[in-house]
Design a protein. Structure first.
Length: 369
């Protein structure tokens, strides 16, 4: 049996806390906000989710890479996380039909991985202290040098990141003869969101984030979709202004994650940075209409203000998080708009909430008729 000797690696947090591990793959340094995902499966979908752009990922599941990667399970064209911190990184894989192992996947995309880390200790630390920036190094372990690099990393608060991951030119998805046309404002959209819409007889045109309402409406869509994405929602005021125009149109609007926050901001509802955010595939959410709980897939570090909603007669809360009572869904009483904070496309995760895409299509059809 061949044994691979791993080089020492280090994780340095903004508060000075140091964790040690071993390097996997390339030598290098990665920086970003440190976050953790509690999912036990679906790591490839997580790593390629544009909403994770600019973040260092801690996976709480003990083993990562054991089933390799598959070309059809990426949520975007490449990995969006800045780097990976894990407990056990599998260099091989066991899966019929797999297209390769995770180590090669990271090497080809020039991403830093640090393994053999006490991830439970790291998660407990940031769970108590809150989200913070960090730096991982699989090259130098000089703490002073790494601290100097880390000090230059900007805070996630006030950081606009959607422009780094959204499409640069419009493109189409689905059957052009479909019954419904939906204009998608791309803030960092996941592929499976587009699939969930096209599977429901929707023909989509996906527009760059800075597209004006007038340009989108010139295509004469039947409805508008506001996608997920990374960064601070309050850092894109020009987008919020276009969303305000979209909601005034009268056609059906559906927002997910960052799109949900943009919709709230367009109506004067403030957003805020959460202590840690929600990232995983088993978060319980209560549908206030049906009184049923849904197990949901989540990935967000910002939320919308409950106090502002209480003071706005035009907004109704539709879903709440059963772990911490934060707002997970809203609808407008005076406009044909609704949104959720979590990810009903659930890739990865359970499909409890995919009915929301059906509701969006129903709203569009009702408006058309």
């Amino acid at each position: 049996m061949k044994y691979n000797k791993k080089k020492p690696a280090v994780l340095l947090l903004a508060d000075g806390t140091i964790f040690h591990g071993k390097a996997v793959g390339i030598d290098g340094v990665a920086t970003g906000e440190l976050c953790f995902n509690t999912g036990m499966t679906g790591y490839q979908e997580v790593f390629t989710d544009p909403s994770y752009f600019g973040q260092l990922m801690i996976t709480t599941n003990a083993h990562i890479g054991n089933y390799g990667v598959h070309n059809n399970e990426a949520e975007s064209s490449d990995m969006k996380i800045a780097g990976l911190i894990c407990k056990n990184f599998n260099t091989g894989f066991s899966r019929h039909g797999g297209d390769g192992d995770l180590q090669d996947y990271f090497i080809k995309q020039n991403k830093v991985v640090i393994t053999d880390v006490d991830t439970r200790a790291v998660v407990r630390h940031i769970r108590d202290k809150g989200a913070m920036n960090a730096i991982v190094s699989t090259g130098t372990t000089d703490i002073d040098e790494l601290a100097s690099l880390l000090a230059k990393v900007p805070s996630m608060v006030g950081l606009e990141l959607s422009s780094s991951v959204c499409t640069k030119t419009p493109y189409f998805v689905g059957d052009e003869n479909a019954a419904i046309k939906v204009a998608v404002l791309d803030l960092g959209v996941k592929r499976n969101i587009l699939t969930c819409l096209s599977d429901r007889d929707c023909y989509l045109q996906v527009f760059p984030m800075h597209t004006s309402y007038e340009e989108m409406n010139a295509w004469n869509p039947d409805g508008f979709f506001l996608s997920n994405g990374p960064g601070d929602p309050s850092a894109m005021p020009s987008v919020i202004e276009e969303v305000r125009k979209i909601t005034a149109d009268g056609k059906s609007v559906f927002g997910i994650c960052l799109g949900h926050q943009a919709l709230a901001l367009s109506e004067g509802i403030a957003t805020y940075k959460m202590h840690n955010g929600h990232r995983g595939i088993n978060h319980p959410v209560l549908n206030l209409s049906t009184k049923k709980a849904e197990v949901t897939s989540q990935n967000h570090g910002f939320g919308i203000s409950e106090e502002d909603i209480k003071n706005n007669p035009n907004i109704e809360v539709t879903h709440v998080n059963l772990n911490d009572d934060t707002i997970e869904g809203i609808k407008f009483k005076n406009k044909n708009c609704f949104s959720v904070q979590y990810h009903p496309e659930s890739s990865p995760g359970p499909h409890d909430s995919r009915y929301l895409f059906d509701e969006f299509v129903t709203n569009i059809k009702s408006y058309k008729n």
